[in-house]
Design a protein around this ligand. Structure first.
Ligand SMILES: *Cc1c(COP(=O)(O)O)cnc(C)c1O
Length: 424
């Protein structure tokens, strides 16, 4: 079966032919390639076409596809330990390693996805503060948990308009939305609702409206407001953790979160997630505290082994981040020059190994409002052009592209060449 035949057959058995919506290339005139294998930064579809991959499983594969050490850890562990639902030494090793090598995480709980991590962190914050409301930012994504699927209404304080069917309005009544990088907007929410806010959850480097780095003074003000009103500050580092730096986005700013969520890189490419933070808060979790959260597969040995191998390799080889910074810089400069030459205006936002190229006349992109004004039609033409040139990237202008230890300068130059030949 060729790519199209497999995709058409998949539609018969899986809604939209996929298990996660963005993979379906909705709104484009082409079907997604069906990916069969990957090695390093190269992936291959069922027809044998080769692509340089800038998706990397949506971020996790910072060591590239099928890194030898990760594969070995997975296969060795699988011979003796697939699942027990009992405590294992591997869980201790990964938990200890994370607590000892990142900041502001004294205790951690393993789960199975980013969504699970963020929804559990919010429940914990509510249990700890005995308050109900949560504050999120328009354009930030924290997984598909009902309470997070809220779009910003016109006013900053418009409490929840559900962004998905199947969500009772009561469920999102407790979700407040403010504007990213807008200090006025958070002051206003806190003035009106501060006493009821259990937690503020934010991507300190946003990746889910395209890459936007938070302004330091904005995060500082958030910290001040959280302390003043007794709300917890949750950094959702599912994407940025171990990516923008080993210690994540929190190491880029002088602002300490109370809780942090991880997933993606921390599982080495396997289904994973975790949330952690201050001991005093984490000890509210059952079995020692009153906040119930559980998982049959949580702390799975194979996932722990893949995660531990990945994180150890990253921690012990700071050169990886240096390499990623260098190729990231090369890419950024190359795109800026090409954009001038071709008179195709763009803004490129980048934090370490994550970046987005926005098609816009604006000078900067700093909020969801800026993002929404980008030229989507041009993006669609660009996306199809790039995939035909063998560059695999997310089919949306509002996603991050990822770099890895295995991308070479030549791979970056191929990306720039492909961009140069785009006529607009
Ligand atoms: C990917 C992502 C999630 C959701 O993680 P899943 O593993 O897909 O459930 C949550 N928050 C952020 C910031 C993410 O990038």
């Amino acid at each position: 079966m060729n790519n199209n035949e497999i995709f058409e057959a998949s539609k018969k058995y899986m809604p939209g032919g996929v298990n996660s919506p963005v993979r379906a290339y909705n709104g484009f005139d082409i079907n997604p390639p069906i990916i069969k294998q990957g090695k390093g930064v190269r992936i291959y579809d069922e027809e044998g076409n080769e692509y340089i991959d800038f998706v990397l499983a949506w971020g996790p594969l910072i060591l590239g596809h099928c890194d030898e050490d990760v594969v070995e850890a997975i296969s060795k562990t699988a011979c003796n330990a697939i699942a027990f639902g009992a405590p294992t030494r591997l869980e201790l090793e990964l938990s200890k390693f994370i607590c000892e090598t990142v900041d502001n995480v004294e205790m951690i709980r393993m789960v199975n996805s980013g969504t699970e991590a963020t929804m559990s962190a919010v429940k914990l914050a509510r249990g700890y503060t005995k308050k109900s409301k949560i504050l999120k930012f328009s354009g930030c994504y924290h997984g598909h948990f009902e309470g997070f699927l809220v779009e910003a209404g016109s006013g900053v304080l418009t409490a929840g308009i559900a962004g998905s069917a199947g969500i009772p309005s009561e469920t999102v009544e407790n979700t407040l939305v403010a504007e990213y990088n807008n200090i006025e907007s958070i002051r206003k929410v806190f003035e009106e609702q501060g006493d009821n806010i259990a937690a503020v959850i934010i991507e300190p480097v946003a990746g889910n409206m395209g890459v936007i780095v938070a302004k330091e003074e904005f995060l500082r003000e958030l910290r001040v407001l959280c302390d003043k009103y007794g709300a917890l500050l949750i950094f959702d580092e599912v994407m940025s953790g171990f990516r923008v730096a080993y210690k994540g986005a929190q190491s880029l700013f002088g602002v300490k979160p109370d809780l942090v969520t991880y997933a993606k890189i921390m599982g080495g490419g396997l289904p994973s997630g975790a949330y952690g933070g201050k001991k005093e808060i984490m000890q509210m979790l059952s079995p020692i505290g009153p906040v119930y959260q559980a998982g049959t597969m949580s702390g799975n040995p194979i996932v722990m082994a893949a995660g531990l191998t990945t994180l150890k390799k990253l921690y012990e080889n700071p050169m990886i981040y240096k390499h990623i910074e260098e190729i990231g810089d090369r890419l950024e400069q190359g795109i800026k020059e090409a954009s001038k030459e071709n008179k195709i205006p763009v803004v490129i936002n980048r934090a370490g190994g994550m970046f987005t190229i926005f098609f816009t006349e604006k000078e900067t992109i700093e909020s969801y409002a800026d993002v929404k004004n980008c030229d989507n039609d041009r993006f669609k033409r660009y996306f199809i052009h790039m995939i035909k040139k063998g560059i695999n990237m997310p089919p949306s202008q509002f996603e991050a592209l990822f770099l890895s230890a295995k991308h070479s300068s030549e791979d970056i130059d191929k990306f720039i060449e492909a961009f140069k030949s785009f006529e607009g």
